[in-house]
Design a protein around this ligand. Structure first.
Ligand code: GLV
Ligand code: GLV
Length: 325
């Protein structure tokens, strides 16, 4: 009999087609709605499966792996992020992990630039004013923001995405790119002429600070009052990585007291962020519902890559993108 796999979410049809046409697996798909599978149902459905294809909305922890049992050999997540996976537990059980870096880099970088400009030039506030009668007359200082020309852009966590963001921002006449990371990354940095600085210098010098690091125990809430208090009053904070890297209470404080000028967030804790959350009351905070990789092309590519990783893993072959522990 063919290996059994469970697909935890509706994924773009490309990936399902690959699974179906492979003739290599029998698969079941959580199919009721375009919402995450309820945990209880998931724990039932994974019993005895050989492979699992998930997204970032499923927590893959010891409980789930125990429910799946010893047949489970391959996990494929349709995401570049892996903070929803208990890596220790997966490693302990010898389960291989596929994920989807690189195919989403362009889409995430584009969205990050869009969010940065929407925040720095106050686009959301401006359309709201125009629509709701605030546009009394042209005014000399009304809705003024901050420009990229001659600015210093700081990148917290320099990876492919950080580089792709900087490449797109450079034509806006950015003066200088700086970055920090656990160690200098000269090869990536040379692509964008970025200077390695300390965390404190990143905070102090950046006019725009873009968070591009993975969420790990080391980066959890690394953006807290220590960071915000060192930033310029005119600086813009942008996060398209994971909400968990930010202490949101400290960010609220920094935004509401004018310690920094604005923030653009594609990611929050929790997701969705409750509509009554204090951050939603701030004009200088632009919040998007985790859409950085949401282009048709990219989501198709992520779906296909996740399916191919899974099939390769089940055959005992190297995956296209495998997370090595
Ligand atoms: C999206 O956030 C991803 O990790 O792919
Ligand atoms: C994602 O692809 C990254 O490593 O930046």
């Amino acid at each position: 009999t063919l290996p059994r796999i469970y697909v935890t979410r509706q994924i773009p049809p490309e990936g399902l087609k690959i699974l179906r046409e492979s003739g290599q697996v029998q698969f079941e798909l959580w199919n009721s709605d375009d919402i995450p599978v309820p945990r209880k149902e998931l724990l039932q459905k994974v019993k005895g499966v050989d492979g699992l294809l998930c997204t970032l909305t499923e927590k893959i922890d010891a409980e789930l792996l125990d429910a799946a049992g010893p047949n489970l050999k391959v996990l494929s997540t349709m995401s570049v992020g892996f903070d929803h996976l208990s890596l220790d537990e997966l490693k302990k059980r010898g389960i291989r992990i596929g994920y989807t870096p690189e195919v989403l880099t362009d889409a995430v970088a584009e969205l990050t630039v869009a969010l940065l400009l929407a925040t720095s030039r106050r686009l959301i506030e401006a359309t709201h004013e125009a629509k709701t009668g605030g546009w009394g007359t042209w005014r000399t200082l009304w809705l003024c923001g901050y420009e990229l020309a001659n600015s210093t852009v700081g990148i917290l966590g320099l990876g492919r995405i950080g580089v792709a963001i900087a490449e797109r921002l450079a034509p806006f006449k950015v003066k200088k790119f700086i970055y920090t990371d656990v160690a200098p990354r000269p090869e990536l940095a040379s692509v964008i002429n970025a200077e390695y600085v300390s965390f404190d210098e990143l905070a102090k010098q950046s006019d725009f600070l873009a968070v591009c690091c993975a969420l790990t125990p080391e980066t959890k809430e690394i953006c807290n009052k220590n960071l915000f208090s060192k930033m310029k009053k005119t600086s813009i904070f942008i996060n398209t990585s994971r909400g968990g890297v930010v202490n949101q209470e400290d960010l609220y404080e920094a935004l509401s007291t004018g310690q920094i000028a604005g923030a653009g967030l594609d990611v929050t804790v929790p997701e969705p962020l409750p509509t009554n959350h204090p951050l939603f009351t701030l004009k200088n905070c632009v919040i998007l519902p985790h859409i950085a990789s949401a282009s048709y092309t990219t989501r198709d590519a992520m779906s296909s890559l996740a399916a191919n990783n899974l099939l390769l893993g089940l055959r005992g072959q190297p995956m296209i993108k495998e997370l090595k522990l």
